[in-house]
Every structure is written in C-alpha cells, then in structure tokens.
Design a protein around this ligand. Sequence first.
Ligand code: BGC
Length: 362
Amino acid sequence: MQTTTAISVIPGVPESLKRIEVVVPEPGPMEVLVDVIRCGICGTDREIIEGHIGLPPQNQQHIVLGHEVLGRVHAAGSGVTDLHPGDLVTATVRRPDRCPSCQAGQPDMCQWQQYTEHGIKGRNGFLAGKFITERTYVIPVDAHLEETGVLIEPLTVVEKAVRQAMLIQRRMAVWEPRTAIVAGAGPIGILGTLLLRSLGLVVYTVARTPAPNIHSDVVRRAGAHYVSTREETITALAQRLGNVDIILESTGASVVAFEAMAALGINGVLVLLSVTDTATMMKVSTGRINNGLVGGNKVVVGSVNSGIEDFEAAVSRLDRFNQLWPGLAASIITHRIPFNDDLSSVLHEPKDAIKVVIEFGV
Ligand code: BGC
C-alpha cells in the first residue's frame, strides 16, 4: 500500500497544522488517482487552520487541507475510458448527500446540508502528493492552462455567482447590465472583476487599501476601476455612478453586505459570497433598505460552492482571460511555495499576497 505526505489540521484546534502520511489506495471502479501539481490556499483554509470551521472524515482526528487543485492523472480505475495518465485535471469540492438537489446533480444547492467537501467538511483535501476522487467530479483542463489552472476552483465561485445573477435576471423582459461593483480585492474579488470585465461591463472594484498596490494593479490592467473606501465609500460611489446593475460582495465583512444592499441600483442584483463572523452588530435603517429593495425590484442572493458546469465554464474563461490580457491571470498567483518549505506561509498569509499556491514539483 503506498502512502503520500499531506498537510493536515485537527479541526477546532487552532494552528494544529502538520504534515502527516496518508494511505493512497488503488483507484476503484470509476475513480481517478491524481498526482498534485499545485494547490491553492484560500480564506476558507485559513478559517480551518484557525479552528473556526472544518470537520474531519468520520473516525479520524485530522483532515487533509486543500480544495483548489491542479494535477495530472496518475491512474484511472476500471470503467474510466476518457482520462489517461498525464492528463491535466482539477476536481470539484463538494460531494452529494441523498437530498433531492444533490441527487439531481446539484450538490452546491444541497437541501439537507449533509454534503461533504474535500479539505473542508468530512473528506480529506488535495494538499497532498496524491488524491483519489470519483470520475464524475474530475474536470479535464487543457494542457496550455498548466500555469493558471490552479485558479479554476476560486474562479468557479464567481462563475456560479454570475450564473445565478443571470438566471435571476431572466425575470425581466429587458436587462442590459452595464455597471458593476465588486466589493473586495482578494482572489475572489479580482477573479470576479476579470469575469465581469470579460463580459464587457464597466467594473468598479472596491477595497480598503489605497492604490497603488498589487491588487489595484491587476484590477487596472483588466480595465476596471479601483476605488479605496478610504477615499470613497460604496454608498458615495453608487451615487456617483447612477445605477449599479450588479454587485458581487466578497470582502468577508458582513457590514459591507448591508451597505451593498442600499447601494444596489433599480432592478439590480447583489450576490453575497463572503463567509463572515457572527459577532458583528450594526445599526441600519431597516426601512430604507426594505423600501429600496421593494421599490426598485432588487434581488439579494447568497451563493456558495459551485457546480460541474461552473468548472467547465471556468476552464474556458481562463482561456478567454489569457487572450484578453496575456499574463494577467498568472500574476494573481503571487506566491509559489515548495511543498517541503516550512508551513509559515500556509499558517499566515504572506504580506502582499493575492494567491498563495503550494508547489509539489511534479
Ligand atoms: C470553497 C467552496 C466551499 C466553501 C464553503 C470555499 O472556499 O471554494 O467550494 O463550498 O468554501 O465550505
């Protein structure tokens, strides 16, 4: 039986990050064994590392981290005829329970909340030399996307967000979105900015830190406007813009979600993507927010995780990004840390980081 080294934590125990050896079985029928090339680290991983969220697999103490992966097929189990050793792949994060939505192929819309997630809830993740998962959840990646393919999973989060917005807006005979605000300039905000720009919208990306900085740089190279909230609040920006058709919220601060509700334009749609702390309290004019939403036919929608279709869309979208702005998507990966380095950059986000990835040297 072969083993592989993985980076794990004990959920609920802050900073319990450590390397462990995990057993890698042979792939069973309709399973795929993948060699990991690189794995991204995100805010969710840091929440798990800090002990706030996360659940180990049944009867285990540790969970292997990592859910943003790019790898190569090592071996395919019986019945898998369309993937071969060496093929570049990624994998979706969530696995279904028995609820009607999961059974209909939409685990990202799970009703019973008994789903599992690689590296987050009840399943080992991909921050390991190798992993096994079901063929259904393995997504082929074009060979020329090797440099940026590790961004596919975070990109799917905004693919789903924009897909939800577009589905919802079919309620109107006419909706021609022109102006978008993206709140937050972390990896999700930046990928959302690029996505909305690639669709031709005028995009304002709002973050705390004044420009110039590495985040504002990427935003501007994509032809979007970077606004620091130290210089202009979201409320003031929305007033200046006239009508904001779509807002993506990805700051990680719940107060911004409420500011965004008030800033949204007539017939607009606000997609909330942040997982936030539950202690923050603020005073809001409930009547003003309510009247704005009712009187302007506005929609506020939450969106989590993503589906296979979002992964497929993200693969083509990355290609589109590379055509529109050569080298820009790759520049989002600011830190490439060898797997055998000390774990400090996994533990704490390095200064001036957008996306940190762990390299397995495959
Ligand atoms: C992942 C999602 C996941 C969510 C909540 C995010 O970081 O991208 O796939 O559903 O965390 O667990």
